[in-house]
Design a binder for this molecule. Sequence first.
Ligand code: 3PG
Length: 213
Amino acid sequence: MDNVFEKISSVGVVPVIKLNNPEKDAAGLANALCEGGVPVAEVTFRAAGAAKAIELMTKARPDMLVGAGTVLCEEQVDEAIAAGAKFIVSPGLDTELVKYCQKKGIAIFPGCTSPTDYHAAYRLGLKVLKFFPAEQSGGLAKIKAMSAPFPMFKVMPTGGISLKNLSEYLSCPIICACGGSYMVTADLIDNQKWDEIIDLCKKSVQIVKEVRG
Ligand code: 3PG
């Protein structure tokens, strides 16, 4: 599980993907992300066929770290693991779901934004949280304020992050990586604009390098 965290941190950005047509787009998308230097993806269960998308992306690029997002129940955890997902992301913190993932030995990053969420995450032994929805929940100022009583966590903010504010977020040492859909929008995927996705990934990687030196 530590390897998952290390890989996500080293890349620095996590594309949040809703894949409507996995048979058509999964392999091309996986290749584009890897070519752009972002061999990580959170494939959300917001689209039917998410498990298929995880399976096909992993098959196309075994070197890629593919996880499942918007996971709301145990059945989806099972589906995601069977498809090859290496981590689970949930929009909120559900104690039972976290315990289920821990029992299954798969990393889970639950969405947390309040002291109550963080406290529950602490009691569950978690070390890395998704901070969601980041911009709408108070952004960087809130992330910093939360780290005063809870300095033990690293966070992955997601929600409202783009090339415009990526550098600002990544400059904060509490943040291990930023999630976002800006490099994998529906338009880019549905129209197979792989070159644009590669370009957005490369620009993101450049920002990660600039911030981290
Ligand atoms: C998520 O599920 O993590 C967010 O919906 C992604 O947010 P964004 O579209 O603002 O990047």
